[in-house]
Design a protein around this ligand. Structure first.
Ligand code: PMV
Length: 338
């Protein structure tokens, strides 16, 4: 039995603009998905999943996701679990040259599904690492990240950047620009996350921004302006002492850039009333800055606050279902004790 875990992520800066070749800086957070893989004697895959957003279910299938099992949980969750696990298993089988390998897979996740925190990427990354190790063919990190990206790309019909999977694999802060992905030095940042209990539709939101860009010049300029914010932000991170706690001055400067970034995302039409309400509640409670994270439309915001006050304020904010602090996860995918 092999157990691996991988972290979720927030975008410090740059979502959406990254789709058009601008850089983005996602950072891993200490909320992890843990995947256990136990090889079987046959070619079946049995998946048992529990996460924050569901009570848990078990499915067993023999091949592709065509024959959907009859289980009593909401369809999108089963599809999500099966689609991503299936793609991860396919990648692990190909990497280990074991096309008929079967597994019992257990997933436990602390990351809400589809809410901009990279839950699917964490499951795919931990799944590929656990399954290849269970087959005696461990992969290096770059290959895990690449295979996880291919798995997400397949499940999401090509609507995937390398940001989530690379960040979850490497941990810490990373810089993504097209296919170019590199880890970055970064100090520990005091993230506070607000979750509205919902999720945005990444495909639709990305398509909406594309449409806006093809209609209005301002949308092109907005995407370019987000790129400028990312470049300024990475310059600030580069000057900080890696892995020490970020100092107040740095937090003030990063927070200001996060506020600008949120405003520009709102101009692109990807914010939502619930996200704006949480962003403003966080700012009014003293956050250095706050923005939506991920595709938007619903899901999560991320704020910078070392005091704990923003978490309390968010937990009393209408429309905020969950608020929690999350430090930067310096470790990406890793092996856990069974
Ligand atoms: O909501 P998430 O975590 O899937 O992030 C989507 C980020 C986008 O930039 C909007 C799309 C992408 O694939 O980079």
């Amino acid at each position: 039995m092999t157990v691996c875990s991988a972290p979720g992520k927030v975008y410090l800066f740059g979502e959406h603009a990254v789709v058009y070749g601008e850089p983005a800086v996602p950072t891993a957070i200490e909320r992890r998905a843990t995947v256990t893989a136990e090889p079987r004697d046959d070619d079946h895959v049995r998946v048992e999943a529990t996460d924050l957003s569901l009570d848990g279910f078990t499915v067993e299938y023999t091949g592709g996701t065509g024959d959907r099992p009859d289980v009593d949980v909401p369809t999108p969750l089963v599809e999500a679990a099966m689609g991503y696990v299936d793609a991860a298993v396919r990648q692990a089988r190909a990497a280990a040259d074991a096309p008929a390998a079967g597994f019992d897979i257990t997933i436990e996740s602390e990351i809400p599904l589809g809410a901009g925190l990279g839950s699917s990427a964490a499951v795919v990354v931990a799944g590929i690492d656990a399954a290849t190790r269970a087959l005696g063919k461990p992969l290096d990190r770059r290959e895990i990240a690449d295979r996880a990206y291919r798995a997400e790309f397949e499940v999401q019909d090509g609507q995937a950047s390398r940001a989530d999977t690379f960040c979850s694999t490497m941990g810490g802060a990373v810089r993504v620009e097209g296919d170019d992905c590199e880890p970055m030095d970064a100090p520990n940042l005091p993230f506070v996350i607000g979750f509205d209990g919902g999720a945005g539709n990444t495909g639709e939101l990305v398509a909406g921004v594309r449409e806006l860009k093809s209609t209005y010049r301002f949308a092109d300029d907005t995407v370019a302006a987000i790129g400028d914010i990312v470049r300024t932000g990475e310059g600030l991170l580069g000057e900080a002492v890696p892995e020490a706690d970020a100092n107040r001055e740095l937090l003030v400067e990063l927070g200001e850039l996060m506020d600008f970034n949120h405003g520009l995302l709102a101009a692109l039409g990807v914010s939502a009333r619930s996200l704006d309400a949480m962003v403003w509640a966080a700012r009014e409670a003293g956050a250095h800055g706050a923005k939506l994270t991920g595709a938007g439309g619903g899901g999560c915001i991320v704020a910078l606050d070392p005091t704990g006050e923003v978490e309390t304020a968010l937990s009393y904010t209408q429309g905020c279902e969950d608020a929690f602090q999350a430090s930067l996860a310096t470790e990406g995918v890793r092996v856990e004790e069974p």
